[in-house]
Design a protein around this ligand. Structure first.
Ligand code: IMP
Length: 185
């Protein structure tokens, strides 16, 4: 299916970038590495709603440790120069002081949002703070971030599926597809 499109693909999709099988295999591999790296630690997976929840759901079931899950939601300050500063509309429920926190995110583009969140969470005294990212589009990166686990590096194309949306839709596609240029504009 990679490259081509399934018959029921939405009209906005241009091509399949990552198939369901490729996603499953890579996520399982990252889960195995996290299981080894975090053995014996108090692991908390933190995901920013909403895009990351699909990756989180598959990743956490590939990790064989008694981990905790928590969620944040943010909204961008509109009409301001992008700095990455966001308003936290839903904060963590868990206390992360002394915990090994792993932020699980769908995609890093400029890196501004994640950089801001790392700063916020670091102030709460976690034992460690690392990042697991499904998709890394590094051509538009503004701030350099340490990424401990990376699913796939992707080119400069807008993508949907497996949690990623365009105008709120297509998060539920089982694969990741590039979006036709005229739709993104
Ligand atoms: P950053 O602060 O520029 O790194 O913003 C990353 C956020 O932008 C992600 O968490 C997504 O919500 C959104 N985003 C960036 N690129 C895409 C894309 O190709 N498809 C869907 N959402 C995207």
């Amino acid at each position: 299916m990679s490259g081509g499109l399934p018959a029921d693909a939405p009209a906005v999709a241009d091509a399949v970038l990552l198939t369901e099988e490729q996603l499953r295999a890579r996520v399982a591999e990252i889960g195995r590495r996290i299981t080894t790296d975090y053995a014996g630690r108090d692991l908390v997976l933190v995901t920013v709603l909403r895009g990351g929840v699909f990756f989180l759901a598959d990743l956490c079931r590939s990790i064989d440790l008694p981990l905790r899950l928590d969620f944040m939601a943010v909204s961008a300050y509109e009409h301001e120069a992008p700095t990455g500063a966001v308003r936290i509309t839903k904060d963590l429920d868990e206390d992360i002081e002394g915990a090994s926190v792993l932020i699980v995110e769908d995609i890093i583009d400029t890196g501004l949002t994640l950089n801001y969140l790392l700063g916020v969470l670091r102030q709460r005294g976690p034992a460690s703070l690392e990042v697991a990212i499904l998709l890394d589009r590094d051509v538009r990166r503004i701030v350099d971030l340490p990424i401990a686990y990376r699913g796939f590096s992707i080119k400069d194309r807008y993508v949907v599926g497996y949690g990623l949306d365009i105008r709120g839709r297509y998060r539920n596609l089982r694969y990741v597809a590039t979006v036709r240029d005229e739709v993104v504009g």
